[in-house]
Each structure stands twice: as C-alpha cells, then as structure tokens.
Design a protein around this ligand. Sequence first.
Ligand SMILES: [Zn+2]
Length: 154
Amino acid sequence: MGRRQLWRKVSSIPMITYFKPAGIRMAELEEIRLLVEEAEAIRLKDLEGLEQEECAQKMSISRSTFSRLLDSARQKIADALLNGKAIRIEGGNFEMAVRRFRCLEGHEWEVPFETMISDPPELCPKCDTPSIMPLFPPGMRHRGGHGPMRSTRA
Ligand SMILES: [Zn+2]
C-alpha cells in the first residue's frame, strides 16, 4: 500500500460535472479539465470556508500540496469564466472518503475510508449476506481498472 499517499481523499463529487458558456458553438469551445480533487479543494476552502490546514487534513495531504491544488483549481476556473471555456470535472488521483455499499436485500450503509483500508466490509451489517456491492457516486465513471470508486489520471 506504499502508493496510497498519492491518493487524495475526497468526500463528495459534484452532481453536475460539465459547464458550458452560452452562445459558443461546440466546435469553437475550448474545454478545461478540472480534477475531482481540485473541485474538492475549492469546495472545502471557498464553499465551506475552512482553513487550509483543515482542508489539507480532510484530504489527507500536506498543506503545500493542498495549496497547489487550490491554486490550480482557481486558475482553471478563472480561465474558464473569463475566457469563455467549458469546464469538465473528472479524473485525478482521489479516493472517496466515504463509500456506500448495498446488499442484495437493499440495505445501504456507509464505510469510512479508514475502515475500507483496514477492514473492508464482507457482510451486510443488517442481514449478514455476503452479496454486497459498492455504489457509484453520481457522475463517477469506472476507469483504469483500479476499482469501482477510484479514478486515475488519464
Ligand atoms: Zn442486508
């Protein structure tokens, strides 16, 4: 698990993952790719108003890494906003901080990131069935073959 510190912890993925300026034809549209962890950096710092230190802790990264993510996110958003480019939110190196599971009987529950690593669930906590599956958050696509809720930098 030596590579795990490369993955940034993300606790939510935006519902809407594509923004497009009005009045520009698709053929002329430039697109900016905002990584999911950059969107998370903006969410924690600018939407929730947390201190950088706190944001970095929540994402399990150093403060300087968080600072770079935030700068890059703001730069991309400013570029899109002021230069009329589309924004697509996708990809990056991140892990969901909380994963939802569902069993065959329809019970759903959440497993914190730490538990996923130390003790991944094998049985439904309500009915003990081993027939369980992770749920995909909205907007997530399975890519790279790294597991259903992990996205790789393309
Ligand atoms: Zn169950």
